[in-house]
Design a protein around this ligand. Structure first.
Ligand code: KIV
Length: 278
């Protein structure tokens, strides 16, 4: 059972036009514990393939990986609504297959909803899932699982036709039952237009402040994942620098014989030091 204070799906829907939604990715227990204090939504994104596993895209992420990380995040949070991404090739073939995999994710992880990428072509699947008790967050615009089709991670909605198609996608996904929708990598006027056309919240990433909420990859936001920093990311800390300095100091102290010090050692058998580290 979910903790009583966890934000619910109706709770997310009710924030439309009232209060901005704060969403961050979380893949592990320590991040989930810390981010749970401030985030409304913890998204176990399949971006973990790139951020944690060093993959070039999200295409190699498996259902097992999403379930393992989803369990860690749900177990380590009590406030935020936990949503788990459906990985590539786990939902596109048919609504029935999508249902089986989404149900597997929800039963194993105790998350509250799943997210999947795709426009109008996924409307039948979203309807199938949401009518059977699986809340779905949709994801349109720049869709990382379509990286090859898009010719790279490029912002979307460059032509009037593209803009019209993305707006039509958003409307179709709302009609199909999505409870919220991620808008990734689209220009501000389009994000504004979609946000005012829908009654469900839009969560932007690289889609301007016109959305009902924002999501960032936590490692990007905190400056831990510095291989590539997209234009839309604001770094609020330099965790990579902090970690580098801490590791350097540790290495120097180990080499100089300064670590461990007396206070880190079990010195006599009779002293009975506490079993837990200080
Ligand atoms: O996989 C992910 O982390 C995502 C968000 C960045 C929206 O889909």
């Amino acid at each position: 059972m979910n903790p009583p204070d966890r934000l619910t799906i109706p709770g997310i829907r009710s924030r439309k036009g009232a209060e901005k939604l704060v969403c961050l990715t979380a893949y592990t227990a320590p991040f989930a514990r810390i981010l749970d204090e401030v985030a409304d939504i913890l998204l176990v994104g399949d971006s973990l393939g790139m951020v944690l596993y060093g993959m070039e895209s999200t295409l190699g992420v498996t259902l097992e990986m999403m379930i393992a990380h989803g369990k860690a995040v749900a177990r380590s949070s009590v406030r935020a609504c936990v949503i788990v991404d459906m990985p590539f090739a786990s939902y596109q073939a048919s609504p029935e297959e999508a249902y089986r995999h989404a149900a597997q994710i929800m039963a194993a992880t105790n998350c509250s909803a799943v997210k999947l990428e795709g426009g109008e072509e996924m409307a039948d699947t979203i309807q199938f899932l949401s009518k059977r008790g699986i809340p779905v967050m949709a994801h349109i615009g720049l869709m990382p699982q379509h990286v090859h089709q898009m010719g790279g991670f490029r912002y979307q909605g460059r032509t009037d036709d593209d803009k019209a198609r993305i707006l039509a996608d958003a409307k179709a996904l709302e009609k199909a039952g999505a409870f919220a929708i991620v808008l990734e990598g689209i220009v501000e006027p389009l994000a504004r237009q979609i946000t005012s056309a829908l009654t469900i919240p839009t969560i932007g990433i690289g889609a301007s402040a016109a959305c009902d909420g924002q999501v960032l990859v936590a490692e990007d936001m905190a400056g831990l994942f510095s291989d590539y920093v997209p234009k839309f990311v604001k770094r609020y800390a330099d965790l990579a620098g902090e970690l580098r300095n801490a590791a350097k100091q540790y290495a120097e102290e180990v080499k100089a014989g300064q670590f461990p010090g007396k206070e880190h050692c079990f010195i006599t058998a009779t002293a009975k030091p506490p079993l837990k580290a200080q």
